[in-house]
Design a protein around this ligand. Sequence first.
Ligand code: ADP
Length: 551
Amino acid sequence: MTKRIFKNTMLIVVLVVILCGVFILGVVYDYYNKELSEGMMSEAKYISKGVEAEGIDYLENLGKTDARVTWVDVDGTVLFDNQADITTMDNHKDREEIKEALTSSAGSSTRYSNTISAKTIYHAVRLSDGTVIRLAHIQASVLRIVLGVLHPMVVIIVFALVLSAFLTARLTRQIIEPLESIDLEHPEEAKVYDEMSPFIRKIIKQNEQIKEAMEEQKSQRKEFELITENMQEGFIVVDKEARILSYNSSVLKLFDMDMDVSGKNVLTLNRTEEFSQGIIDALKGSHNEQILQVGDRFYSIYINPVITEEKVAGAIIIVTDVTETEEREKLRREFTANVSHELKTPLTSISGTAEIIKNGIVATEDIPKFAGNIYSEAQRLVSLVEDIIKLSQLDEEKNIPSKEPVDLYHMSLEVAEQLRKVAVKKNVTIEVEGKSTVVDGVRPVITEMIYNLCDNAVKYNKETGSVIIKVGENQNGKIVSVKDNGIGIPKDQQDRIFERFYRVDKSHSKEIGGTGLGLSIVKHGAKLHNATIDMDSELGKGTQISVKFPC
Ligand code: ADP
């Protein structure tokens, strides 16, 4: 900038100096010629006076003069010339200045002289006798004048240029220095000349606008980060080269990564063909949706193209962990299949037995036995359907009566009474220990839970076994536990017995009875009450299952 101002100013200065030089030269040239003409005129007059007084002698004694002096007769004959031989000179009557002098006492002209081979100024004066004295002087050429004034002019020009350079440099500094001293962050502190005040005001205003815009952008980014960071869903933005521009921490958690993936290709997160194809499709402009399995987890992936000005600029990827939904879906499918199977078995048995009776194959005395068979299978069906209904109610938390104070001890006594008959049949004792312990709960659900636990404790017990129901509370909660010294549950199956229709011994399930849903109902009942279940079981020694209700 400084250099440019200096260069341009100096260019202007040089141009002005050149123009001024030419102009001055023109003026000097003009002035010189005018002075010459006037000098010649007065010299001509002066010589004419001399010739009038002394005739040709005056001219001959004139000596050396700057101008050429010619005396011309009335008829144009050259009478005298101090620089040329008059015998060789032709008649001068036609010369412009002579003609003019003859008619109006004085004349002048400028033309090229053949006699002295140069551009010449002529001045003629008519004498009283009618003859004419003419003075001729070579007109100085511009070049001669230039050469004449060259030395002082060069000195003046050099001086002018040096002075201009010095002043320009100073001026440039004066212009630039305040500009350079402006701190764009704090323009109000700058010491500038008045003309710059509007400029400074504009910078201050623009600074404020930039600051405001930046603040807004910052708060928008913060808001965006806050939203995306608090999202459980993974959020990724990629450019059109599939490089990650932005992502939230959920993405790293979901894809089990712990490094910064900004700027990396999105396939760093997952290299499966489906994911990669999804990204390719989105970057071609189409929406993509897929369920991706990573390890034992399932992710729902939505990939949407980002389109700006009708071109795909990148893609947004939303990742949701749908493992639970997928598992629930799987369980639902399994459940439906199991239910169908469980219902079909007694129904087939009922239908088969009924058909035998219908066909009259059964002897009359055997009919009650067959009818009893139908009845027990129908009973099995009823309790299965009842359990399914209970479970689905608990599952969906629909049609569940409201909570009320329930005494676990009292309820355990009731359940024990209900089961006593069956227990006695199996030679199993049932005892209830503890004291009155009240929880806020859904009465029928808690009854069902205790009943199922006790029913199992009796069912899976040995001859002369025992069942002890303990009710009590500690600082952690109110507990009802059912302990038996029955067959116990193998360690590797203990986790599974709460699954629907899961039975340890499938082959004897029919004789033992039960739907395979008892413990599932206990599990869902516990969930409804925010209760936890603990199990301690040893194969051949017995089982204890406790339900702990929060205080
Ligand atoms: P079921 O109707 O078959 O009893 P449950 O869901 O109540 O179904 O129990 C699932 C399985 O867990 C049973 O089939 C049985 O194998 C096992 N089980 C439950 N309780 C006990 C227990 N107290 N002792 C031994 N095994 C048990």
